[in-house]
Design a binder for this molecule. Structure first.
Ligand code: NAI
Ligand code: MG
Length: 334
């Protein structure tokens, strides 16, 4: 468990209570990252012992970590993904009963390349008034995420995969990403429908009618931006979970950040992190044939769905419950 900072400690402790009440087959150890690591006395924002512990366990559940804007340390979230080579971020975006929004039956999965792109953080000052920011694309990483995306789509019986890109302008970097996806599709996954779209038009189509999309495959920055856009289609950042997955380990975290505007008030919605924990249990069930984890995931899912249907909601969803009282409502329904 990496509690994070801002609303992180609040939502992680609420989620832990639900998991304990559901008798999740998980033994926890806690390690820190970001501001919480500094406060814990570490000289590093991402201590080696945190990275090592995630590798030892193979999985982690993580709260959000603040990244200073325009100055200060580089994102620990990005560092963690890179150091552990968790190259695929997967973010299922689904409508929930009891959370009415503009669209019904939204069912999208965002797959984001998690290690390069404009997120390389490679920035240079060229002259006093010019900086450059490098967008990195490597053929092997583009192919790796394409394989991952098509394999995911196949395993989950999804019908279609769409790549959003800007290869008309970034002909080399986005061109490489698009070519890789096209090649992997043609050679290995011809049965999945493949579509490519320039990202600005794609965003317009997404907000007009999300049902025309299924699995979305994007490079790092586009995946970041489009994840929050899609969260807005189903009720906001309080209801969209995520996972960062590599070949050696996986870290489960919500799409949202540390929400400094509401931190410490006990009003944050713990559901996105709870859903991430459900993804973690399902991952354990699949990777380690742990039937108890699968059953536990189903129970928690049924309980939070029932809570929402009974109009037990936090403020971001138009309800009145706080972080802990929403967790109580879920626990009552386990
Ligand atoms: P944010 O996602 O923290 O918040 C955006 C808006 O959504 C705010 O109004 C916030 O109150 C609301 N919100 C977010 N999560 C919520 C929840 N669980 N329940 C109710 N309302 C919620 O994005 P923001 O403000 O742009 O970033 C804040 C910090 O978080 C930054 O330092 C950023 O770098 C960091 N961040 C960290 C991430 C991570 O740890 N993986 C991901 C995204 C941002
Ligand atoms: Mg983001």
């Amino acid at each position: 468990m990496i509690p994070g900072d801002g609303i992180g400690p609040e939502v992680t402790s609420a989620v832990l209570r639900v998991l304990e009440a559901a008798e999740a087959p998980v033994e926890w150890t806690t390690r820190h990252a970001g501001i919480a690591a500094l406060e814990d006395g570490s000289p590093d924002v991402l201590p080696d012992e945190t990275v090592d512990e995630v590798l030892r366990c193979g999985v982690a559940l993580k709260g959000p970590c603040t990244t200073p804007v325009g100055k200060g340390f580089s994102s620990v979230n990005v560092q963690l993904r890179k150091r552990l080579n968790m190259y695929a971020a997967v973010r299922p975006v689904r409508s929930l009963n009891g959370v009415p929004t503009r669209f019904e039956n939204v069912d999208l999965v965002i797959i984001r390349e998690n290690t390069e792109g404009l997120y390389s953080g490679a920035e240079n000052r060229v002259t006093d008034d010019v900086v450059i920011s490098m967008k990195v694309a490597t053929e092997s990483s583009c192919k790796r995420i394409s394989h991952w995306g098509f394999r995911y789509a196949t395993q989950r019986a999804r019908r279609k995969l769409t790549v959003f890109h800007k290869a008309n302008i970034m002909k080399m970097s986005d061109g490489l990403f698009l070519d890789a996806a096209q090649q992997v599709h043609q050679r290995e996954y011809p049965n999945i429908e493949f579509q490519q779209m320039i990202i600005d038009a794609g965003c317009m189509k997404l907000v007009q009618d999300p049902s025309q999309f299924d699995v979305l495959l994007l490079e790092n920055l586009y995946g970041d931006v489009v994840s929050d856009l899609c969260a807005g289609l189903v009720g906001g950042l309080g209801v969209v979970p995520g996972a960062n997955i590599g070949d050696e380990c996986a870290v489960f975290e919500a799409v949202h950040g540390s929400a400094p505007d509401i931190a410490g008030k006990g009003v944050a919605n713990p559901l996105a992190l709870l859903m991430s924990a459900v993804m973690m249990l399902n991952y354990l069930a699949a990777e380690r044939s742990d039937q108890r984890a699968a059953e536990c995931a189903e129970r928690i899912k049924a309980a939070y769905n029932r809570a929402l249907e009974d109009n037990q909601k936090t403020r971001d969803l138009g309800g009145e419950l706080g972080t802990e009282s929403f967790a109580d409502a879920v626990i009552e329904r386990l």
